[in-house]
Design a protein around this ligand. Structure first.
Ligand code: ZN
Length: 238
C-alpha cells in the first residue's frame, strides 16, 4: 500500500504498480472520513493508515457499489461498529445486489463487479443526495459509471474525489472511454452518455486536485480534464 497526501486528504493505493485501487482518508478535525473501501484484503492497511494519522474513522462514504470500492466494507464495519456508512440512495440498491433499472434510466445493463444479493451484510446508515454534506465534503451526483455514482468536493481546498467518474491510471479519461493501458473502468461503465454529462459538471467545479479510484492524484487538472471531456464527447459523437 502506498500513501500520498495532499493537505488533509490521504490517498491509500493498493497494488499501486499492477492494478491500482484507491481509497481516501479525509481528516475532519479529530476524526477521519474514509471514502471507499478498496478490496477485501484492504481493511488491515486502511486501519493501519488511520492509526498512523492517529484519528478514528467515524464515517465510511462510498462513491459507488463496485467490488473494488466496497471490498473491505463488511470487515471495516465489523471492526468499527460506530462508523456511519453512507452511499447514494441509487447505489444502495446495487450494494444489496439489485441490478434492476428504473423506467426513466437508460436501459443498459449495469456493468462491473456488483455484489450478489445478500453478499454485503452492512446496511447503510444514511442515503446521500446531491448537495448533502459529509463533514466538509459536498456530495455531487455523478452518474454514468453506475447509476448512483457520487463524487465528494471540498469547497475550500477544491479537492475533488470522483470515484470512477474519471480515471487517471494510463492517462486521464472520462468513465466509459477505453484507455488501452487500463481498460477496466471503461469495461465496468453503465452509461457513457451520462458519464460525459457528469464529467462536464465536475469540470465546472474547477477542482484544484482530482482524486479518483484508479491512478495517482492530479493537481491543477483543469486543462487535461477539459481535454478528456472533449475526447469523450467526440467518441460518442455528441
Ligand atoms: Zn467502479
Amino acid at each position: 500500500m502506498r500513501i500520498t497526501s495532499f493537505g488533509n486528504v490521504h490517498q491509500l493505493s493498493f497494488m499501486p504498480r499492477l492494478f491500482p485501487v484507491n481509497c481516501y482518508l479525509v481528516e475532519e478535525g479529530d476524526e477521519l472520513t474514509l471514502i471507499d473501501c478498496a478490496l477485501p484484503f484492504s481493511a488491515k492497511g486502511i486501519l493501519k493508515a488511520a492509526a498512523g494519522i492517529g484519528k478514528p474513522i467515524t464515517r465510511i462514504a462510498l462513491t459507488h457499489a463496485h467490488g473494488d470500492h466496497i471490498g473491505a466494507l463488511d470487515e471495516l464495519k465489523r471492526q468499527l461498529p460506530v462508523a456511519r456508512v453512507l452511499i447514494s440512495e441509487r447505489d444502495a440498491r446495487l450494494l444489496r445486489g439489485d441490478r434492476s433499472l428504473d423506467a426513466n434510466e437508460p436501459q443498459q445493463m449495469i456493468r462491473g463487479g456488483v455484489p450478489k444479493p445478500g453478499a454485503i451484510r452492512t446496511v447503510p446508515d444514511q442515503l446521500l443526495c446531491e448537495g448533502d454534506r459529509v463533514g466538509s465534503l459536498e456530495v455531487i451526483t455523478s452518474p454514468g459509471h453506475t447509476p448512483g455514482s457520487i463524487s465528494f468536493f471540498e469547497p475550500q481546498s477544491r479537492v475533488l474525489i470522483a470515484g470512477d467518474a474519471i480515471q487517471l491510471r494510463g492517462g486521464i479519461a472520462v468513465s466509459g472511454k477505453v484507455v488501452p493501458l487500463f481498460p477496466f473502468p471503461a469495461m465496468a461503465t453503465w452509461s457513457k452518455e451520462q458519464a460525459v454529462a457528469s464529467a462536464e459538471r465536475l469540470l465546472q467545479l474547477a477542482p484544484s486536485v482530482l482524486a479518483v479510484g484508479h491512478g495517482t492524484m492530479l493537481r491543477n487538472p483543469q486543462s487535461s480534464l477539459s481535454r478528456a471531456v472533449a475526447e469523450a464527447r467526440q467518441a460518442l459523437q455528441l
